[in-house]
Design a protein around this ligand. Sequence first.
Ligand SMILES: [Zn+2]
Length: 294
Amino acid sequence: MERFSAVADDVFLLKVPFTGVWTGVVLVLGDDAPILVDSGGSAKTVDSTIVPALAEFDLTLADIGWVLATHIHGDHVGGIGRMRALAPSIKVAVLRDSLERMRDPLAYSREIRAKFPEHSAAPPSVLDGVDPDLLLEDGDMLGPLRTIHSPGHDTDACCFFDVRSGTLITGDSLQLNGTISQGCALLFDPSRYLPSLQRLISLPVQNIVCGHPYLPLGETAIGPEAAQQFLATCIGCYEHDRGFVAGMATAGITDPLTVAEALVEDIGGIAPAKMFLPMHTVAAYQEAAERECS
Ligand SMILES: [Zn+2]
């Protein structure tokens, strides 16, 4: 059975199974009601993984005050509807930019798959939306957590910074070279990724906990040196990928599939059977470069 493991004082990570990798759910304890950051990918994993793991802390979902979402991708928000159904007192908070996507995450999942339909995996069959109780702005505090809008992975990606322990809960905001199932970093908004990383580097980050195991450093960085190294490595991966896509364009190679396959190979990744995520990254870099030129 998967259990919550300590990342820092009062911050715990649970690895919830999700096709090939896992998705992190972070439990934050403190003076107020416990907070969960993200919810796993489905109703089923709420029942099979999250509820039993909470029971180890003598907690039920009814004890949870808030569920927060780091961004509105199915593997992070797919359990929120089930949590609310089981415990109607749970309140849901998302970034204001995430409101429409949170109301209908399946529509957004389909939109992501519509750009490269023949290279995309099927969307989940069920992905329940909820109406959030609170819309967060950058800088807002919820208990000990400060909201930090950190676009790059997606336009509405955010981190939650535990100001007590200096622990940065990043969801998918720090991509390194992506997960083993992605093939490379997934950036829908690459032009805002570097400013996000530079801003995170300026914080007194003591620890990092991510929403997946990211190549090549994994899911956590413990201690300030490891945290700075993690953030610096993200910048290196970004600069590599941006330069690689630009270099291919200079050589006249712009087909997203061709460039994506070459990029994944260049960083030593494993090309996924469905290439839509690397293709999104490539297309986003190409569109950002075009905007810079015009
Ligand atoms: Zn994501």
